[in-house]
Design a protein around this ligand. Structure first.
Ligand SMILES: [Cu+2]
Length: 391
């Protein structure tokens, strides 16, 4: 037993030491973590009670038959265009939510935005933050596939690419294989996070995106609590408020927060010791000016993405949250004894004070997916319904 406990966290280390002694880029170092996670999961699978590899490959969900989520930049142009076409399809399909719930929802895409807006104060800074956003992203991926003919899986945003200039990123370069680029320049005095603790200086945008697939996209819901100077909230929280996709790409936020040390800290460093430390450092604490990788990613996009409530209106949200989930998946794989633990209460940083989150609590996504217990969403290879890995 003692041997097992010592051995498991060391799994995969030979992958690093075996590589030639040349400097690894930050992106490659994160890729090493991803490979360690895969080898840890494979070792767990090898140590399971099933006898043969053939048997494993045939069983319900395992590392061999799991769906594979990839880095956006490694999708072919054709694959990127198919993903973008499916997003636009979801934005064109009529909403199926009860209009009394979200009167402003017009599209199937809005049905996702609406449940996020509605539950914001009970899904951030809470014990369900990681699993809620995991299932939300999964439900969105499923809608793209089942309702809009997408045949791939949910890609992720590799945070450490292009941090010096996010407008060069394949996600934000404004090409027809991006999520549109920066907003037009609108003079403003930066953005201040909701608690007033972090100031993000203005970039070169602030207005509507000017190129790429989402240049004509009309957002119907939000913003609820915009943080960019001069941006006004919608008159009603879930009312109809047509507006454009705005961005203010922030190299300040990307280069300051989307860093290798921050990723190492939460996956193998001091903040990897418990799920509570992990989730707070990853997500960002809204109380003391620590943005964290998650909040920083929203801040890098800026504009409508700065609104904690309405951030899913920017389709890049789902690539960002796939990366948040990838980091969670890596942490879980490298910490198998803690992988299924949860921590936190059911209100935003326990405000107002509330009970602890339970693995028996349901994740509710309205019309977007059947409700699932948190306990069934802790393992991406759990098979009910999750069955995916990251590469
Ligand atoms: Cu969220």
């Amino acid at each position: 037993m003692r041997f097992t406990k010592l051995a498991l966290p060391l799994l995969g280390l030979p992958l690093i030491t075996a590589k030639p002694l040349v400097a690894r880029t930050d992106t490659e170092s994160v890729q090493d973590l991803n490979e360690q996670a895969l080898s840890a999961l494979q070792s767990l699978s090898d140590n399971s009670t099933e006898t043969s590899t053939t048997e494993k490959r045939a069983s319900k969900c395992n590392i061999f038959n799991a769906k594979v989520r990839k880095d956006w930049k490694f999708l072919s142009s054709a694959e990127k265009k198919k993903y973008i076409a499916a997003v636009k399809c979801l934005q064109a399909k009529p909403s199926i939510a009860d209009p009394s719930f979200a009167p402003g929802a017009r599209s199937r895409y809005d049905d996702f935005v609406a449940v996020h807006i509605n539950q914001t104060l009970s899904i951030h800074g809470t014990g369900n933050f990681l699993t809620w956003h995991r299932y939300f992203t999964y439900a969105y991926e499923t809608a793209l596939r089942n309702e809009c003919g997408y045949t791939g899986y949910q890609p992720y945003w590799n945070w450490l690419d292009n941090t010096a200039d996010p407008s060069k990123s394949p996600l934000f370069d404004g090409s027809d294989t991006s999520f549109s680029g920066d907003g037009s320049f609108v003079a403003h005095n930066g953005s201040v996070t909701a608690n007033g603790n972090v100031f993000i200086p203005s970039g070169k945008g602030g207005g509507c995106v000017t190129s790429g697939p989402f240049v004509d996209y009309v957002i119907n819901l939000g913003p609820v609590n915009p943080i960019q100077d001069g941006m006004e909230p919608a008159p009603e929280t879930l009312g109809y408020n047509p507006h454009c996709l705005s961005r203010d790409l922030s190299s300040f936020t990307a280069s300051g927060w989307l860093t290798l040390p921050n990723i190492l800290n939460v996956t193998v460093g001091a903040a990897a010791r418990s799920v509570l430390l992990f989730q707070n450092e990853l997500q960002g604490r809204f109380t003391d000016g620590f943005l964290g990788l998650h909040t920083a990613g929203h801040g890098v996009a800026g504009g409508v993405s700065g609104d904690l409530f309405g951030s899913p209106v920017d389709p890049v949200f789902f690539l960002h949250h796939a990366q948040v989930d990838r980091i969670y998946w890596i942490w879980q794989a490298l910490h198998p004894f803690q992988a299924k633990t949860i921590a936190g209460t059911i209100t935003l940083f326990n405000t107002p004070p509330s009970r602890d989150t339970s693995v028996n609590d349901l994740i509710y996504l309205g019309v977007n997916a059947p409700s699932k217990k948190i306990g069934s969403l802790l393992d991406t290879l759990g098979g009910d319904p999750l069955c995916y890995i990251y590469v």
